[in-house]
Design a binder for this molecule. Structure first.
Ligand SMILES: Nc1ncnc2c1ncn2[C@@H]1O[C@H](COP(=O)(O)OP(=O)(O)OP(=O)(O)O)[C@@H](O)[C@H]1O
Ligand SMILES: [Mg+2]
Ligand SMILES: [Zn+2]
Length: 368
């Protein structure tokens, strides 16, 4: 039973969007006051609501039942239904990542002058617009200079620094933020209640912790846990299902760094790998854990290990570890492992960057 929660729970109203208050506020004001722009640029990391909000905008401006001074689409009328089913010819979604967009942008340029077939507005949603080729960008720029009154553009990107300044300056820009732990957990809680599934809070915390601020990633991880089919899932099972490395393994690894035991650390790492653990996932969890150590070493009030789903024992151990180095050391160690994580993908020996990181961390004197 694959639920594909992230599709099932795509918000159908602006009110349902978690976080992104600044975006929603400005956009709904524009809709209700009839001052929608012709070009928007949504930037921000993946799975934070860009496409969802773009489609909501498309629905709202075209909704047949929406009254003046209102922003929410009705989700009932023909236009809303057509858009939700993905059947509207007037909502054109272009994925620039898949073919770099030359043909699509050309078709867009030729087609844009024609009025919408059914709807009031044609809405062009151009995903991953930073992937467009230079030619496609230039063609798009021409269109953005003088969009017809019936057209609205929403460009979305996860890499705003790759978008030409001339494009950015022609759009109203919104930055979508990564969601925090509390926001993600509350969304997951909402979903499991709707689905009638029993999942412990520490499992939701574990998922949120590993979602890197993306609700979609969190929903996909929840999918994997749910697909396992047990009525009740505890933390231990969830760790196994998700292949998320047990916090105790991370914690022991950090002990080797603290003891400056390179040989022990490298041997331990190899054991982890032999057990079939994914080293990419390992470094991901390690970096999360090191971040906690950094926060704790700056000030204990900055984070609460118990709130992260750690047991009493694990919490007191992490507090003890945090005090072994000062914040400058933890910062240096984090940077070294972030670098190593990036290199894992690029080498045929995935353990090597981590081994080098161990040696580098241990070879430098600590400040404490
Ligand atoms: N802010 C949010 N509030 C509620 N649900 C969200 C939010 N952001 C993402 N989601 C969930 O994640 C799914 C994917 O979101 P969406 O497609 O809008 O992300 P995106 O920002 O466009 O990501 P990408 O950059 O990968 O295209 C949605 O269907 C929804 O289930
Ligand atoms: Mg998207
Ligand atoms: Zn409607």
């Amino acid at each position: 039973m694959a639920l594909v929660l992230y599709r099932k729970y795509r918000p159908k109203t602006f009110a349902e969007i978690v976080g992104q208050e600044h975006v929603i506020q400005t956009l709904t004001n524009a809709i209700s006051s009839g001052t929608v722009s012709h070009a928007y640029l949504f930037s921000g990391s993946r799975g934070t609501g860009k496409t969802t909000v773009a489609r909501l905008l498309a629905k709202a401006v075209n909704c047949q039942n929406r009254k003046e001074q209102e922003a929410e689409p009705c989700n009932q009328c023909n236009s809303c239904q057509e858009i939700m089913a993905g059947n509207s010819l007037d909502i054109i979604e272009i994925d620039a990542a898949s073919n770099r967009g030359i043909d699509e942008i050309r078709a867009l340029r030729d087609g844009i002058k024609f009025s919408p077939t059914h709807l009031k507005y044609k809405v062009y949603i151009i995903d991953e617009c930073h992937e467009l080729t230079k030619e496609a960008f230039n063609a798009l720029l021409k269109t953005l200079e003088e969009p017809p009154a019936h057209a609205i553009f929403v460009l979305a990107t996860t890499e705003i620094q790759k978008v030409l300044p001339t494009i950015i300056s022609r759009c109203q820009r919104f930055d979508f933020r990564r969601l925090n732990l509390v926001q993600i957990v509350s969304r997951l809680q909402y979903i499991i209640e709707k689905e009638g599934i029993d999942i412990e809070k520490p499992v939701l915390n574990l998922i949120a912790l590993n979602a890197e601020g993306s609700i979609r990633d969190a929903e996909s991880l929840l999918d994997q846990v749910v697909a396992f089919g047990e009525k009740k899932i505890d933390l231990k099972q969830a760790e196994e299902i998700l292949g998320i490395v047990d916090i105790n393994i991370i914690s022991q690894f950090v002990d080797y760094l603290i003891k400056k035991d390179a040989k022990g650390g490298i041997r331990y790492l190899n054991q982890i790998q032999e057990k079939g653990r994914d080293l990419q996932q390992f470094s991901h969890s390690l970096i999360n854990y090191l971040r906690e150590l950094l926060l704790l070493s700056i000030d204990r009030s900055l984070t609460n290990p118990l709130g992260l789903g750690l047991t009493d024992e694990q919490s007191s151990h992490i507090l003890e570890q945090a005090g072994q180095f000062n914040e400058k050391d933890w910062e240096r160690i984090i940077k070294i492992f972030i670098q190593a994580q990036q290199e894992i993908k690029r080498t045929s020996l995935p353990q090597l960057p981590l081994e080098l990181a161990i040696v580098e961390v241990i070879s430098q004197p600590s400040n404490k």
